[in-house]
Design a protein around this ligand. Sequence first.
Ligand code: 5GP
Length: 353
Amino acid sequence: LPWCRSLPKIELHAHLNGSVRSSTLLELAIRLGEKGLINFPEVEAIILKGDRSLAECFKLFDLIHLLTTDHNIITRITKEVIEDFASENVIYLELRTTPKLNPLAGMTKRSYVEAVLAGLKAVETVEVISNTSEIQQNGLVMTRPKESIHVRLLLSIDRRESTEAAMETVQLALDMQKFGIVGIDLSGNPRVGEWKTFMPALKLAREQGLPITLHCGEVPNTSEVQNMLAFQPERIGHACCLEEPEWAALLQSSIPVEVCLTSNVRTETVPFLRDHHFVSLYKSRHPSILCTDDSGIFATDISREYALAAVCFGLTKAELLSMARNALRHIFCGDEVKAELEDKFKAMATVID
Ligand code: 5GP
């Protein structure tokens, strides 16, 4: 694990509200409990529960969203989540979050995203680089101090949302690209919502050149998986429950898969780690990226995910380094950033033992 921690890493599938520290959630729950707005012992038991099914996870997300409703809290959790990823030596983070309306807290989707962006600025332990203009100076790539993390945002469409709400999120992402919004994610309870509801928004994103990643095949749903693969998103997440023809289609495509080992086993979308489809992806040399998904609720971190791949599937240090380095090819960010990060991997490659 210490070696995996020292490895520079790229995190491409992390949900903001799923990555909140349990200690922060408990602190926020105590506050709401004191105000009589929630029953603290009940909430504490839910937060501290170990394994939970996919359905229970979505109940927990609703609870977390109750705890993280105002702008200051959104800013705080963003700051903490970035600090946590940086402490695991993540050098590039694409953090995804669903912009939320909360009229009671005076929150619009835009002000929600602004609160997230304020969280990037509030980070103290590491330098946060959040848009391209910060890297380029007079056309030269600046040399960075060792401790820095590039952070970009993906805006998520929740599968509970209407076509109009999804369009609003894409429009917001387009309007806020200059602040480091680099793509769109489709997530939320896979048993809710229909592909055709989100198509207009995803098409708009595509037409405007905004890359897309889709949560795909978390539960069996052949026609949706077919539609998703036919859409050719820039990446997909999970791909757990694909039937043979769709699996073959995925392998034939070059669509990279964001692999979330602990999350898939904890939510029982994959029964045992040893049976995880990562093995098949890896053997087929299909582009795949190790990611955390929800490090807070699954009590994991990205170094642990790499260590799991080493222990369970026998990946060597050189192979783990290649995995981390190859992830660079699939980031939704420009070539200048890739070049800067590639240097960090080159330096690591020379000291690998
Ligand atoms: P947020 O977008 O509020 O920052 O992060 C939490 C949200 O991300 C959840 O409410 C859910 O919509 C989405 N999410 C987090 N983890 C998962 C997952 O494993 N699968 C799916 N489909 N959605 C998820």
